[in-house]
Ligand binder design. Sequence first.
Ligand SMILES: Cc1cc2nc3c(=O)[nH]c(=O)nc-3n(C[C@H](O)[C@H](O)[C@H](O)COP(=O)(O)OP(=O)(O)OC[C@H]3O[C@@H](n4cnc5c(N)ncnc54)[C@H](O)[C@@H]3O)c2cc1C
Length: 477
Amino acid sequence: VVLTQQRYPVTRLPFSVVSSEDLAAFERILPGGVVTDPEVLEASNVDWLRTVRGCSKVLLRPRTSQEVARILRYCHEKNLAVNPQGGNTGMVGGSVPVFDEIILSTTLMNRVISFNSVSGTLVCQAGCVLEELSRYVEERGFVMPLDLGAKGSCHIGGNVATNAGGLRFLRYGSLHGTVLGLEVVLADGTVLDCLTSLRKDNTGYDLKQLFIGSEGTLGVITAVSIQCPPKPRAVNVAFLGCPGFAEVLQTFSSGKELLGEILSAYEFMDAECMWLVTHHLRLASPVQESPFYVLVETSGSRAGHDSEKLSDFLEQALSSGLVTDGTVATDQTRLKALWALRERISEALSRDGYVYKYDLSLPTERLYDLVSDLRARLGSQAKHVVGYGHLGDGNLHLNVTSEAFSPSLLADLEPYVYEWTARQRGSVSAEHGLGFKKRGVLSYSKPPEALRLMQQLKALLDPKGILNPYKTLPAQA
Ligand SMILES: Cc1cc2nc3c(=O)[nH]c(=O)nc-3n(C[C@H](O)[C@H](O)[C@H](O)COP(=O)(O)OP(=O)(O)OC[C@H]3O[C@@H](n4cnc5c(N)ncnc54)[C@H](O)[C@@H]3O)c2cc1C
């Protein structure tokens, strides 16, 4: 993977360079938690997509908030830049250094602090892996309010820092609603304890909201308090083939009407996505070949009631021609197999070549027009142009692949994709954030006044700019 500083026009800011004296100080704060072995560092310097690469010489692994506070206090004083890192599954190059920033990993901050089995409130350290938290709360009759394909690696702190959306957004909403409290260490080492578990609290400004989606640029999240809903007793997944995008939309409308409160996910993928998962990952398609596929999940409390509703919905969808083929799963193994077709598209894409990723919010009815437009625009320059995503949330994942990174293909994609999105008053980042790769496009979705206020907030909370520099906000002139 090419070094970010070689591929992108970016200049190192005048931060200090880590010295042996600094390493000794870190070792005193974190005995045994300072990693300088280049082989270990390699994995933390490169992102999941293998598109950006930093050259950090040190990785720090604190276990407690106090250790994070001491590290940041030191770095603030010495003008050392810091890159907070969770599971390193981020899609926009925010999780790895651009130059030699110190990597501050939450890997060892993986303790559950408390769980309240009446309210369903989970309080845990930021480095807990999402899948492990899911298992923990499910054993107690609850579920995490979010789920995503990267669950086996991503950390809850990383999820909050990116305001991750994912597969349960339709049902349980955004982390801005489900996160009840946060503990955050600010750039100068101040510990901000807003780790409450209250559903309602109108005492002044809701500061935790500032850090949700701030991508490590305003503070390091060290602990999270999150509301977990009860585990649904009955879950069904229907995987359906649709003859066109209009039918994908109509099936969604019909699902909302006929399934009502039990509809918990509505995802779509096009035929090229199916080709990618069946060819690169050897997954089997459970339905006849179709131009589009949708995954409909229902979650409720009475199996009989839910399957009756689902049958009505499917009968109508099939008889009216909205759906041409379909299959339904209720047991865990088949449920997982159907979800895998949708969840593993990212993985299949990364095996196809270099991936240009766009994560857009668009008016649902126009969501797929951009994919068709781009296919025509790019012609044979691209290997694949695919569209899939959280249709129920108006979130398109538009992905283009080519054998290797191509500046001319990129020039045909950008700013075209962003201008197209801005014309629809959409968002150029629905759920992945801006990180390093998208920081220059914020202005397509936000007015100058909003951008200025963001810059003022950054200056207030991190006056030396040591936290995740070169990320989220555009480079200042
Ligand atoms: C297969 C796959 C599927 C995915 N599906 C989805 C999806 O459906 N929805 C979705 O929204 N995303 C998805 N993602 C993207 C990614 O998983 C999410 O952005 C996730 O929330 C990142 O968590 P992480 O722990 O890996 O964070 P990282 O990648 O390590 O970091 C992401 C950003 O958060 C910052 N950060 C991390 N931890 C902290 C902390 N404790 N304090 C402050 N800042 C921190 C980093 O500096 C960086 O800017 C997917 C990724 C993959 C690989």
